[in-house]
Design a binder for this molecule. Sequence first.
Ligand code: SF4
Ligand code: MG
Length: 321
Amino acid sequence: MPLLVVRDLKKHFPIKRGLIQRTVGHVRAVDGVSLSVDTGETFGLVGESGCGKSTTGRSILRLIEPTAGEILFEGRDIRKMGSAEMRRMRRKMQIVFQDPYASLNPRYTVRQVLEEPMLIHNLFSTAAERKKRASQLMEIVGLSPSRLDRYPHEFSGGQRQRIGIARALAVDPKLIIADEPVSALDVSVQSQVLNLLDDLQKELGLAYVFIAHDLSVVKHISDRIGVMYLGRMVELSPADALYSEPLHPYSQALLSAVPVPDPEAKRDRIILQGDLPSPSKPPTGCPFHPRCKDAKDICKTVVPTWEEIRPDHFVACHLYS
Ligand code: SF4
Ligand code: MG
């Protein structure tokens, strides 16, 4: 049984107008996303900004309430849980945010940042135990416990993200949603944080949903990857297969932007035409058709179905149906 199963997840935000705030339409930020994550697995979720990947991550944790769909964690639908049960469940599912500056309370010392989730979840009964755990967490993420009484601004960007990771680990989660955890960091620091996440996964058996806007970041860390476009999943496959043979024209374009170390193997860059359309007014048929180099007539009117082209390799595109 997978640790997490998401079926047909939707999050539609109402668009309100006028004095009485009448609903005039909906932004279909997430429009029918399905995925699963096994224990100890990393699922990479990739797409341009505005494609709904962060909303998907937050909806999975019910930090925002989904409009529809099932979210099964260890086989149980968390959307059917009441608040007390949901609070217990939250211990097992944590999030690491993109911006370590904004996500740490500047008035808290690092010790307070790390102890807050322990207090919320009643993990230890004494201050000494909490302090011991906080020190241990600092060591786990490669920071000196001697700095526990410092404030977040006294740390570098990469160190602050380590604190964000330590805070997520404070309650012993099984799944971490990592929402672009390295994109606010200098390139030189990114790989250190990625390596840390990888090591923690191996040691603690963590599962990750790793959200990123480009394929180069998730390449080495992901077991499987889902590519999102305008609130929908357009391709889902084992990571190797997506890099060696991307099927969807959008995945091909994303992949063409990833630098390759071997200049002989250089891929031609596919430049996407036009901008990402508004999710409040998605194009008819295949949502990618206005920007697709391979679009046919049928693409303008008929939504492509989700097909398994090879074992575990799914795509929604008329080129394959
Ligand atoms: Fe392009 Fe058509 Fe495939 Fe959409 S369905 S990605 S428009 S070829
Ligand atoms: Mg891994």
